[in-house]
Design a protein around this ligand. Structure first.
Ligand SMILES: Cc1cc2nc3c(=O)[nH]c(=O)nc-3n(C[C@H](O)[C@H](O)[C@H](O)COP(=O)(O)OP(=O)(O)OC[C@H]3O[C@@H](n4cnc5c(N)ncnc54)[C@H](O)[C@@H]3O)c2cc1C
Length: 510
């Protein structure tokens, strides 16, 4: 109530709300008290300058709000650090897709002689050159984001934030200087970071993660990728494609949560391209040998036997943890899921504290994808400041796994469809096909495959679409509309056939 009264008193002449908190002095002690001079007032304070946070901040500023973004990158355990823009820009989608492209180009160079190109042999790849080009591009994006914030008059603070109370955060710079910032609304968009195993000797000391791989100046060499996530398979895929000896070690199934038939085709293609898979294996120790190589000991869970191998690099891709640990969420009364540590949110993205919101990877139950974080951020700003009522629709979001043969999907997997509707009510249409560009190049197309998961009852509503083949991202994006705006199988089929070219017969049901 006191908060409401003070808020009313501070409503600006144009009716625009300007929050000024008094709670900071009581909530912060010691050096933080000295930071009171740097106290700021904002309509919106966004914690985290990644995909969701930046989108929300820019949209709110465009709607005339006084906005601040705080962003701080804690260096990885290997010491890798990067600039503004969050995971996608620096250590996710962008460098990943560019290095995937570098790997695909290798395949095209191998195809080229079939198409008449005289390619001098041997064709070598220079990691250093590629890394420099990719890193320069990422740095240009970092700069671009800073300029965009400036242009929109969004105040940017390079500080690590934690809550003092429900309207105030304390931010600490790299040098330890503290700043208190307060706002009417606060959006938490702090994303997540890769998880290291805690029980494996040498894991943290000698291993790297996706936070490091894109910033390596030198080739990682012979690499062991541990994990079965899409990040694990994508990294292993591009490393193999660049000609590196690459092994994936997984304890259980690949791409948990994705359609399992498609997942096994993804790994089958990777294996055909040279990626080695150690399935049902789990590492127990990483030791550094005198020559700098890493000796990994692992257990084969099927045979119970212990094995050893030597690698230049060990990359952990065993999942991600949300960045909530250092936010002191309890100071603001924000509830998290005790298992996932993610912030609990409602359909409006509101946390347990009504004026504090959470979007993107840090929020419970949200897809860990950039476009959804961006859209959620924009829509939230429009609801808060633009008189919009539109909420984010998280259903049927298309996604693509950028493995050497790309896998795009939208809607339900076959397993999910059967679990939801019953096996007897689900019809699956499928087809193997040969992309035209594979023919002249004599590429093996055994894993190029499409599958439509439909309801059996006419008009056979399409529940899920799965595509494994070149340019899956682009293909799936288009078909997502056909799933979003529900339609029968008969509508999508001709389009699908057009999209994969002449190599496929009509999909048959099974
Ligand atoms: C290897 C990899 C590949 C990926 N590929 C794709 C892809 O192809 N397509 C796709 O859609 N998604 C992809 N993703 C996922 C995508 O990157 C994330 O879903 C997206 O970045 C989430 O955005 P966000 O705004 O929630 O958080 P982030 O982008 O992670 O931004 C959070 C920001 O907050 C900062 N921060 C954290 N704590 C604090 C604090 N206390 N104070 C201040 N700042 C803080 C962080 O340093 C970071 O800058 C990929 C992820 C990885 C790891």
């Amino acid at each position: 109530m006191a908060v409401m009264a003070m808020a009313a008193a501070l409503r600006g002449p144009g009716g625009r709300f300007r929050w000024r908190t008094q709670a900071t002095a009581g909530g912060v002690r010691g050096s933080a008290r000295g930071a009171a001079a740097g106290r700021q007032d904002y309509n919106l304070l966004v914690i985290g300058g990644g995909s969701g946070g930046l989108a929300c901040a820019k949209e709110a500023a465009q709607l005339g709000m006084k906005v601040a973004v705080v962003d701080y990158v804690e260096p990885s355990p290997r010491g890798t650090r990067w600039g503004l823009g969050g995971t996608c820009v620096n250590v996710g989608c962008i460098p990943k897709k560019l290095i995937h492209q570098a790997a695909l180009l290798g395949g095209m160079i191998r195809d080229a002689p079939h198409y008449g190109w005289d390619v001098a042999q041997p064709v070598l790849h220079d990691w250093r050159k590629m890394a420099e080009a990719v890193q320069n591009y990422v740095k240009s994006l970092n700069w671009g984001h800073r300029v965009q914030l400036q242009d929109r008059k969004v105040k940017y603070f390079n500080i690590k934030a934690s809550f003092v109370n429900e309207h105030t955060i304390c931010g600490v710079t790299k040098g330890g200087k503290e700043t208190l910032l307060s706002a009417e609304h606060i959006v938490i968009a702090t994303g997540g970071r890769p998880r290291y195993p805690t029980h494996i000797e040498g894991a943290l000391e000698y291993g790297i993660t996706s936070d490091d791989i894109f910033w390596l100046k030198e080739s990682p060499g012979k690499t062991l990728v541990v994990g079965a996530s899409y990040v694990a398979l994508e990294c292993a895929g591009f490393l193999t494609g660049l000609g590196l000896d690459t092994t994936v070690m997984m304890r259980s199934i690949p791409l948990r949560g994705f359609d399992q038939q498609m997942s096994s085709l993804v790994t089958a293609y990777m294996a055909s391209q040279g990626t080695r898979f150690l399935k049902h294996c789990t590492p127990s120790r990483v030791q550094k040998l005198p020559d700098g190589q890493l000796q990994v000991t692992w257990e084969d869970l099927t045979s119970g036997k212990e094995n050893m191998g030597t690698f230049s690099t060990v990359l952990w891709a065993i999942g991600r943890i949300p960045e909530t640990r250092s936010l002191n969420l309890e100071n603001a009364g924000i509830n998290t899921n005790p298992n996932s540590q993610k912030i609990l949110v409602d359909a409006q993205e509101a946390t347990s504290v009504p004026h504090i919101y959470a979007i993107g990877d840090v929020a419970e139950g949200r897809p860990e994808l950039t476009p959804t974080a961006i859209m959620a951020g924009k829509l939230l700003a429009r609801r808060l400041y633009g008189q919009s009522l539109d909420v984010m629709d998280y259903s049927n979001v298309p996604t693509t796994v950028f493995t050497p043969l790309e896998y795009g999907c939208v809607g339900l997997s076959e397993e999910e469809a059967m679990a939801r509707h019953g096996e007897e009510h689900v019809e699956v249409y499928h087809a193997y096909y040969k992309p035209l560009e594979f023919t002249v190049a004599e590429r093996d197309a055994s894993q190029c495959y499409i599958k439509m998961v439909c309801l059996r009852k006419p008009p056979q509503l399409v529940l899920g679409l799965h595509f494994l083949g070149p340019n899956a991202g682009e293909v799936t994006q288009g078909f997502a509309l056909g799933i979003k705006v529900p339609g029968p199988q008969a509508c999508l089929e001709p389009l699908l056939m057009e999209s994969v070219g002449g190599g496929a017969g009509p999909p048959t049901s099974r």
